[in-house]
Write a protein that binds this ligand. Sequence first.
Ligand code: NDP
Length: 461
Amino acid sequence: MDSVSSSNSSQIENLVIIGSGPAGYTAAIYAARANLQPLLITGFNSGGIPGGQLMTTTFVENFPGFPDGVMGPELMDLIKAQAIRWGTKLVEADAQSIDLSVRPFKIESDEGVIQAHSLIIATGARANRLHLPEENRFWSKGISACAICDGATPQFRDEELAVVGGGDSACEEAVYLTKFGSHVHLLVRSKKLRASAALADRVLANTQITVHWNTEVIGVEGDEWLEKLELRTGENDQVYTLELRGLFYAIGHKPNTDFLGEQLALDSGGYIVTSPGRPESSVEGVFAAGDVADPEWRQGITAAGAGCKASLAAERWLSLRSLAKLIKRTELEPEQIEKNNFTEISTESNYKQDALWQKGSFALRKLYHESRKPLLVVYTSSACGPCHVLKPQLKRVLEELKGQAQGVEIDIEVDQEIAKQADINGTPTIQLFKEKVLKSQWKGVKQRSTFKEAIVNLLVD
Ligand code: NDP
């Protein structure tokens, strides 16, 4: 599914939506069906990955319509596909700044300046860190803010692990990590869990999890990889160490409002202030939806509902001022969205030397030893949301390069030995080889141009 369509710089958009979580995409679905042809800026690096926090969660069991639950990234893929099907234009970039002192509003993005009559801010919130003295040294070498993305890493297998926090995320992640670690310690700074009863009960009933109440992390130690935590218990200020190999943060979020400066009214926590129960912000024509304006409920479904409200309010606001330029649909029923392609694991029988994209260790070995083209290897894991964002981007790069380079996907849960040999300590990790030599390595989601430039440089070498 090709979703990108840039904005023409002289054009004034009816409605620009900033943010690509449930709030942003739901707003887009409503505005697109109202023939407003909204433009949605997905975000890229600031404030977390496109798709929002559901991209780094496993099963969502409380979103209506999915009686058996749905994986967070899959749910976001579906909501996004629905928005695109009805004609939402996407700009896959960060909104760097906006100017609300002029009309139309101006939004500076990595892809240029965009003008808009109305705006919906749905930029969500990002994960907090503890900022321990040696945190940066062990970042991705034992410390992670995403158990769901990194838990399957070989270094965590059958090792003791810890999660900090007492909310739903911490409980969900502690349970998830029991799949990989030998034991999980949940480090809670107070005497109670803030998590919902269902998740808290799962933690308390799990013999593979030990809850440390009134406990604060004060230091991390190790050599190349995290080896120890220094902890303090609040009751008697006793300091003790815990030997383990992984520390996962699940200590809440901050709203992504820095790019707004002081142009909108924000509360003391940085959340956008709206009229009670409504999406209108302090500036006319600017609406807010989802976690960026919601310090309290912060659910996928409440964000989606807020996106719907913001979109309907923006539509009314535009039509009262006769600002909306409606598109005319030639087809009343847009074409159905095609399902995501599933890549089969390559074996001796289905391996193709010239295929653009293959999966598994067999293809990796063959291409590594036999291909003279640049080879992109992406290490993924099944629950990794950022991998969902990245894989289609990498495939597009390879398509654009028309077979001059090839790609292989390695699921680190399936090919554990390969992941270990390649020293992979988180997903997604991307390696670029040429004739058996590692030329570049990246961790996490990067702009498509980063990969393309690196490959093109190898082609001219
Ligand atoms: P929360 O803000 O709910 O919880 C953060 C937790 O981290 C709290 O227990 C807090 O402690 C603790 N904490 C904060 N700062 C520190 C610190 N410096 N040191 C130690 N501990 C700290 O965040 P969540 O990410 O858990 O949840 C966010 C929202 O998403 C919630 O509304 C939640 O319900 C929802 N969610 C739902 C899920 C589901 O239904 N499956 C899964 C994940 C999230 P204290 O309690 O003492 O303040």
